[in-house]
Ligand binder design. Structure first.
Ligand SMILES: [Zn+2]
Length: 564
């Protein structure tokens, strides 16, 4: 079925509640573990209906944000969501309290119950008003950032466009872009500080009402992290400091020498090669034709899946007036159909759509076929799927980038490793802030600056208005909108770089392991998934030293081709 032909029908809270209550009654009256299992199957079936309806409404809204019908549907779900969650929690509670739970774990993966336990830890009716207040502040930040106009050489532009200039070949333009970012942010400093301070206070209040010391533990439960905890993340950050930071510093030193710079300024961070940034040398139609050929060559069943995506018209990539400006991969679970939205603009980002987003879509297809809808799967695992696929596609990049393919692979690998120190800054900063909720905005900035010095000692903010005071985090939307999310990108990046190493060594072997990883997603722990692929868990001792060595070896090999 084509995505555009999928019928949409709203499922109301009342309809859902009526059906869910019947199932909950069955769970309470269950006479055996089999009864529990069949109740769970019934619940999953109605839950898939709701999920599909929400996802279709959201997708159609993003395709045309002016569509009145779907605007109204989005309003409905915004209000209804906490009510759906409340009913869902009743179901999970009944499952967990069943005397047949232990026996049922023979039929239902025990991870499912663990996931239920975690989601019950994040909610109680007494925090509903606080959750709404938190959402209001998040929306305020997101609207504020969306509407904030930055002035660059007399022209007003959104941050997304201005940030593009931080990749300009001219250092003067990059410097001016960083200054423009700093100046506009400084003018709005009070708003940034007030919104964030409000978020820290309200999140701390929610945590305390739910019985936690501060927001950190609750933040982890909200992320549904059944496979790793705060201590493991702290150890991960320490290994980044000892093992990844020196490797990145070496890359940066070689880049500094090649570019003839006195020091690497914040606005030089995105630059690893001189000249134009690598761009696709072909248009949209050819990108899709070459992507289909690439996936057919990679593995017949992956090529078949790409063909099914094309037949279902499950890509919408042309930029249009009224269309949502970002990009995403979503699914319509009832039809076992993934869907990708993007806005092609002629940059290397267009290729990410058919590698990164396609990785998400392919993983969703395997999960539909081999997994269960209630398996707990963390964001780090989803990002492993997509970031690893980006690297598995390296082999075919000359089909898209022509002569700049090596340049692209070089920049991609350098950026991937350099991202990790930044990612842990964002993570450690949030731990500091929520462990010490009474820090003043000034104290927070001072702490952030110390973290920059700890994890990115090779980078200077000197002389850049406002940003030199330790405020770079104020335009990192995850810090405001999705607390503690960011470390998942760092974990996934380590796994993805692991797949790059495997692929450069023996591509067929790497691909086989990647496909196994997709098939087992959610059914086993993160550790088992990663180790099953012959990689070290990023949390294991010495694992990040190996990631750094591998990435350095790859980068040196590409450097030998590019710069000799
Ligand atoms: Zn992604």
């Amino acid at each position: 079925m084509k995505v555009s032909e999928m019928p949409y029908k709203r499922i109301t809270v009342e309809e859902f509640k009526e059906q869910a209550e019947k199932i909950i009654a069955k769970i309470r009256a269950a006479k055996s573990a089999e009864d529990l299992k069949s109740a769970r199957d019934e619940y999953n079936a109605i839950s898939v209906e709701v999920e599909t309806a929400c996802s279709l409404a959201n997708c159609r809204f993003t395709l045309n944000t002016r569509d009145e019908f779907y605007n109204a549907e989005m309003d409905y779900y915004d209000n209804a969501m906490p009510l759906f969650t409340e009913i869902e929690n009743e179901y999970k509670k009944a499952m967990l309290e069943s005397p047949y739970r232990a026996e049922a774990e023979k039929y239902i993966n025990p991870r499912v119950f663990k996931g239920f336990e975690f989601s019950l830890k994040t909610f109680s009716p007494e925090v509903i008003a606080d959750l709404q207040a938190e959402n209001t502040l998040v929306t305020k930040y997101s609207k504020f950032m969306g509407e904030l106009a930055f002035e660059f050489e007399g022209e007003k532009m959104p941050l997304s466009v201005l940030r593009g200039k931080l990749e300009d070949d001219s250092r003067e333009i990059r410097r001016k872009a960083a200054e423009a970012i700093g100046k506009t942010m400084e003018e709005n400093a009070t708003t940034f500080d007030e919104i964030f301070d409000g978020l820290v206070k309200i999140r701390t209040q929610i945590a305390r009402k739910l019985g936690y010391k501060n927001f950190v533990e609750l933040g982890y439960y909200r992320m549904g992290r059944v496979d790793y905890d705060e201590k493991m993340v702290a150890a991960f950050r320490r290994s980044v400091e000892t093992d990844i930071v020196p490797a990145v510093a070496q890359f940066k030193e070689r880049i500094r020498n090649r570019l003839g710079l006195d020091k690497i300024m914040y606005y030089d961070d995105a630059i690893s090669v001189t000249g134009e940034m690598p761009r696709p040398v072909i248009g949209t139609e050819e990108i899709f034709r070459n992507a289909l050929a690439m996936y057919n060559e990679m593995k017949a069943e992956i090529g078949d899946f790409m063909q099914r995506m094309l037949d279902a018209e499950a890509f919408d990539v042309e930029a249009r007036d009224g269309k949502f400006g970002g990009g995403y991969c979503t699914t319509f679970a009832k039809y076992k159909q993934p869907f990708i939205l993007a806005n092609f603009n002629g940059t290397s980002g267009d290729i990410d759509v058919i590698t990164h987003e396609f990785g998400h879509a392919l993983a969703a297809d395997y999960m539909f076929r081999f997994g269960e809808p209630d398996y707990p799967t963390g964001m780090e695992t989803h990002e492993c799927h997509s970031m690893s696929m980006e690297f598995l596609c390296h082999k075919w990049m000359d089909e898209f980038f022509g002569e700049s393919a090596e340049k692209y692979k070089y920049k991609h690998t350098v950026d991937a490793l350099s991202f990790i120190p930044y990612g842990v800054i964002v993570d450690e900063f949030q731990h500091l802030v929520y462990e010490n909720p009474d820090l003043t905005p000034e104290e927070r900035k001072a702490e952030y600056l110390k973290l920059e010095e700890k994890y990115r000692p090779y980078l200077s903010f000197e002389g850049i208005p406002y940003l030199e005071q330790g405020t770079r985090w104020q335009y990192q939307m995850h810090i405001y909108e999705s607390p503690f999310y960011y470390i998942d990108y760092c974990i996934a990046q380590c796994v993805a770089l692991g797949f790059l190493g495997l692929a450069r060594n023996d591509f067929e072997d790497a691909l086989g392991k990647y496909v196994e990883f997709l098939k087992k997603t959610g059914a086993v722990s993160l550790d088992e998934l990663i180790c099953g692929a012959g990689l070290n868990s990023p949390f294991a001792q010495g694992a990040l030293a190996a990631v750094a060595d591998n990435a350095s070896e790859t980068v040196e090999k590409i450097e030998a081709v590019l710069f000799n």
